[in-house]
Every structure is written in structure tokens, then in C-alpha cells.
Design a protein around this ligand. Structure first.
Ligand SMILES: Cc1cc2nc3c(=O)[nH]c(=O)nc-3n(C[C@H](O)[C@H](O)[C@H](O)COP(=O)(O)OP(=O)(O)OC[C@H]3O[C@@H](n4cnc5c(N)ncnc54)[C@H](O)[C@@H]3O)c2cc1C
Length: 509
């Protein structure tokens, strides 16, 4: 059973062998593997527990319910919107199911530049996690009209692309993936590893926001949480006494939680090295209706502009993008009537996004009221690469049959038709045009490595400065990943949990 913390006001104290914080890709896998390995586990998740019956496919109610800060989390300067999930399953509840293993050249870079050990165990974790999430190849008949058009455009231009592997089985192609799957065919953590953890005896508590981890020298760890009511207000207090803590609160909250606990700060790297995989969305209007909001939003991708063997530091992936009306509207340029004029063509719309394997980095720290203050500056080289990616998007969209592309400069919206060419983008760039960027992959704020002066956790996720406190989420990536991250994150959860099981007699103290 998953307990709704909101049903238990007042003060409570629990004991377990391991306390896992956060129930997304890292935390859910860690909790399941530890519980199946015989450990007594308590998992605390700040968000609610929602089921398929709650996913009503309405943006006005689902976005505030399932996303951090009601989908409004952003960098301090407002230039990059960062989407992250909250609730049982974390960001896997509303992600888009691309399944990529950690690219080989990135693993080698982690080993060579950061001293990460035991690469062979990553392979074993990939195998287990892909089986656990039912990862399979998307079939030809599952491609929607937008993905087919984008592939046509890429092939016309001679660009390399592939139909992806996903963790969805028997998809009904409603297209509401971003709002939670009402049919339970998306094999998110909520319907895979969380039930496994539960069946193995883990106690899973929703609505419990962890505020602090207290480390008692030579003894137990005490996890302090605030129980939240339906509106997110404090409703009670909970402590969990455990021998081992696994922090999987995601790359924005894990470093804040550790900093609030006075842990992980010895190297001065905690909260730093933030990479975002920033992306630009190019929406387009096609001659024929695509109804791109139906079907699997991202089933195909173009990898022509990323070659990690040649350059493991940078590259661009192009991915089709479509969504329900509100989310589409937020990515269209212009205001008022002009904006409405674009949105009127919703049934003919589909987009392509350019996602950057970024070298730029930023940092996260606690701001007012403990809320995250996220700073990130796109370096000129990365900006140039993103703009190149944007131009490729525009060309692919035209080759796919788009009549016009709505380049989302918010100060000077640009509508480009095939006869215009992409050089107009250079003109707006030269004038300092402002684009809103998006991120769904914040990472690397508690980076992994064997050099204690350059990293926060060791090769298995244990804090260099605090034994028996582990981190297992996207924050431990030593570098930007250059691929969709859920399989890497889940594999880190698997790998860290198995390491804890192997070392259990020593860790339990
Ligand atoms: C819209 C969207 C689409 C995406 N699409 C893809 C895709 O197609 N393929 C892919 O590979 N990846 C995709 N991703 C990314 C993928 O979902 C993430 O890589 C993965 O979920 C990250 O796992 P995590 O454990 O680091 O964090 P999360 O899954 O975000 O989980 C962190 C959890 O910790 C909880 N938490 C935070 N602070 C606290 C606290 N103080 N106390 C208790 N709990 C706390 C949060 O509520 C959350 O549930 C997408 C992400 C988004 C947002």
C-alpha cells in the first residue's frame, strides 16, 4: 500500500534500515532493489500519490498537480523553463518514454576524466532496468503523422534518424503522455518499480517533504520531513531513523537538501556544474492537418548532428514535439491577437526541437524560503550550436511539408516560409533576439567521481564526506549526458542499491 501522508496529521516517528528520498527514476528503482534484497525500506515522496483514475487529461488541473512549481520553475533570469515532476513516480509519470542507454563515449569520459570505476556494472544495470521498464522498439504503425512527416523531411535532406525504443506497451495513442497516462500503458516508475518495492515490503509515503538529514556520529541517520496537506501546507511532522539514506530528490532538490543538512559540501562542488540540456522548440504550420496532439509525441529522432565518438562534449539531437493546446500555446511566439492567429491552426501544427548536449554550466542554491535559485548562462559556443540546431529544425520542417515555421523569438516573432531561407535567424540573432528555452533534464549538481576535490559522491553515489548517505538521481552525472536520461538515472538507482546490499554488514554499523 502507498500511504497518503496527508491522511496522517500530527507527529510520527518511523524506523527502517534504509530511507529513500524521492520516488522518480533513481529513487523508485533504488527502493525496489533494496526491498527485494531483503532490506527494510521507507520511501518518502513530497508529492501526492495519483493513479490512472486521477489523470483527467485536462491541462489546467494536471500541470499544477504533477509538475514542480505548477510547471513554472525557471532559471533566475527567466530564460529557461525547467519542467520537473512531483508525486509518486517523479518525472517518469509525465515523461515521453524515449529510452537511451548512456552513450559509450560518455561512459569512457566519466571513467577517464572523473575516475568513475566499474563501468561493466553499468551494462548489467541497463539490462535489468530495460527489462523492468518493458523497453521495446516502437513499431512503424505506431508513428503519428508528425513523426512520419519529420522522418520524411530528414530523409529528403539526407539526415540520419531512427525510430526510438520506449517504455510503453500497448499504447492507445491518446497523446496525453505529458499529463500522466490514464491507461497505465506508459511503464513509468509508478506502475513498475513502485509496485515492486511495495510488494517486497517497502513502506511508501506520499506528501512527505524531507527538510533535513541529521547524521549521528558512528550511528544512525535521522531524516526529518514535513507532512503536507492537499494544498501543500504543513500538516504534520515525520522522522525516519535509518542506517542508510539514499537521496533521489532530483538534480535541483538533492543538492539543496544536502546543503540544508550540512552534508556533501566538502569539495565546494555541491549544487555546481548544473547542466540542463537546453532546447529550442520550432513550431510549424503544415498544409495538411496533422492532429499531432494525437498519437505518440516523440517516436522518432534525428541524430545527424551529434557524434559523441568524434566529440563527446557537444552535439544536438532533433526531436518531434507536439502536445495539448495549453502547452503548445506557451511555445508559440507573439501575444494577443497575433498569438491567437497562430493557435487557430492547432490541428495543422507540429514542431521540432533542438536539444543541446551542453558544455555551459550553472548552479543551484537555496533562495528565499529555501526555494531553489537556479543560475545558468549559456556560453556563446553553446548558443551558436543551439541556433545552428534551430536552423536545422526549420529546414527539416520545410522538407517535411511545413508551410511556415514560427520561430519563437518573443521580442520579434519570426515567421519563416521556405522561400525566406534561414538567414533571417542570423539577422535576429545579431540584434540579440530573445528565445525562451526549455529544459526537462537538469543534471550533474552532485557529480560523481573519485577525486574528492572535484566531486560530491564516489563511483557508487556515496557522499565523499559522509558515509552511508548516498545520492542516486540525475544529479550524480559527472558531465552532461547527451541523451535522454531516464535509463541512465534508473540504472544508477539499480547500481547504487546493489552496492548498498553488497556492503550491508559494514553499512548497518
Ligand atoms: C516533460 C518531461 C519529459 C521527459 N521525457 C523523457 C524521455 O522521453 N526520455 C528520458 O529518458 N527522459 C525524459 N525525461 C527525463 C526523465 O524523466 C528524468 O531523467 C528522470 O525522471 C529523473 O529522475 P530523478 O530520480 O533524477 O528525478 P525525478 O524523476 O524528477 O524524481 C525526483 C522526485 O523527488 C521528489 N522530491 C524532490 N524533493 C523532495 C523532498 N525534499 N522530499 C521528498 N521528495 C522530494 C520529487 O517530487 C520527485 O518525485 C523527461 C522529463 C520531463 C520533465
Amino acid at each position: 500500500m502507498i500511504e497518503a501522508g496527508r491522511d496522517h496529521p500530527g507527529t510520527r516517528a518511523l524506523r527502517s534500515e534504509v530511507c529513500v528520498i524521492g520516488s522518480g527514476a533513481g529513487g523508485a528503482v533504488a527502493a525496489a532493489v533494496l526491498a527485494e534484497g531483503g532490506r527494510d525500506v521507507v520511501l518518502l515522496e513530497q508529492g501526492g500519490h495519483y493513479t490512472a483514475a486521477d489523470f483527467n487529461q485536462r491541462e489546467d488541473s494536471m500541470i499544477p498537480l504533477l509538475f514542480e512549481d505548477a510547471g513554472m520553475r525557471a532559471t533566475e533570469d527567466g530564460s529557461i523553463v525547467i519542467l520537473q515532476g512531483r508525486g509518486i513516480g517523479g518525472s517518469t509519470t509525465h515523461n515521453l518514454c524515449y529510452c537511451f542507454r548512456t552513450p559509450e563515449p560518455i561512459l569512457r569520459r566519466w571513467e577517464q576524466e572523473h575516475g568513475v570505476r566499474d563501468l561493466a556494472s553499468f551494462e548489467e544495470s541497463f539490462e535489468r532496468v530495460e527489462a523492468g521498464l518493458h523497453v521495446q522498439q516502437i513499431q512503424e504503425e505506431e508513428l503519428n503523422a508528425l513523426n512520419v512527416a519529420i522522418r520524411r523531411g530528414a530523409e529528403h535532406l539526407g539526415y540520419h534518424g531512427l525510430v526510438a525504443r520506449h517504455n510503453r506497451v500497448g499504447c492507445v495513442r491518446s497523446g496525453f503522455c505529458l499529463l500522466g497516462c490514464a491507461y497505465d500503458v506508459k511503464k513509468s516508475m509508478r506502475v513498475t518499480y513502485i509496485p515492486r518495492a511495495n510488494n517486497a515490503g517497502a513502506r511508501i509515503l506520499a506528501d512527505c517533504r524531507v527538510d533535513r538529514i541529521e547524521v549521528h556520529p558512528g550511528g544512525h541517520r535521522l531524516v526529518h520531513a514535513t507532512v503536507l496537506d492537499r494544498a501543500g501546507r504543513p500538516h504534520g511532522e515525520l522522522t525516519v531513523e535509518a542506517a542508510v539514506v539514499v537521496c533521489s530528490a532530483g538534480a535541483i532538490m538533492s543538492p539543496l537538501l544536502l546543503a540544508a543538512s550540512g552534508l556533501g559540501g566538502a569539495s565546494g562542488q555541491l549544487g555546481r556544474n548544473l547542466h540542463l540540456h537546453p532546447s529550442i522548440i520550432a513550431p510549424a504550420v503544415f498544409q495538411e492537418p496533422l492532429h499531432a496532439y494525437y498519437g505518440i509525441p516523440q517516436a522518432y529522432y534525428i541524430d545527424e548532428f551529434i557524434d559523441l565518438e568524434r566529440d563527446p562534449r557537444s552535439g544536438i539531437i532533433l526531436m518531434p514535439i507536439s502536445g495539448p493546446p495549453f502547452l503548445t500555446a506557451t511555445n508559440l511566439p507573439g501575444f494577443g491577437r497575433k498569438h491567437f492567429e497562430h493557435l487557430r491552426h492547432l490541428s495543422h501544427m507540429g514542431g521540432l526541437l533542438a536539444l543541446l548536449h551542453d558544455q555551459s554550466s550553472g548552479e543551484v542554491e537555496a533562495g528565499r524560503g529555501g526555494r531553489p535559485r537556479i543560475r545558468y548562462r549559456l556560453e556563446p559556443d553553446d548558443r551558436r550550436r543551439l541556433i545552428e540546431g534551430l536552423k536545422h529544425c526549420v529546414e527539416v520542417l520545410w522538407a517535411a511539408g511545413a508551410e511556415r515555421v514560427l520561430v519563437p523569438y518573443h521580442d520579434e516573432p519570426l515567421v519563416l516560409r521556405p522561400q525566406d531561407g534561414v538567414s533571417e535567424i542570423d539577422r535576429v540573432e545579431a540584434r540579440g533576439g530573445e528565445l525562451t528555452l526549455n529544459s526537462t533534464h537538469p543534471q550533474s549538481t552532485c557529480r560523481m567521481g573519485e577525486d574528492r576535490s572535484r566531486s560530491v559522491v564516489n563511483s557508487y553515489g556515496e557522499l565523499h564526506d559522509t558515509p552511508a548517505v548516498f545520492v542516486a538521481d540525475m544529479s550524480v552525472f559527472p558531465t552532461s549526458l547527451g541523451a535522454p536520461p531516464q535509463i541512465t538515472t534508473a540504472s544508477l538507482g539499480d547500481r547504487t542499491a546493489r552496492h548498498v546490499l553488497d556492503r550491508w554488514p559494514e553499512l548497518r554499523g
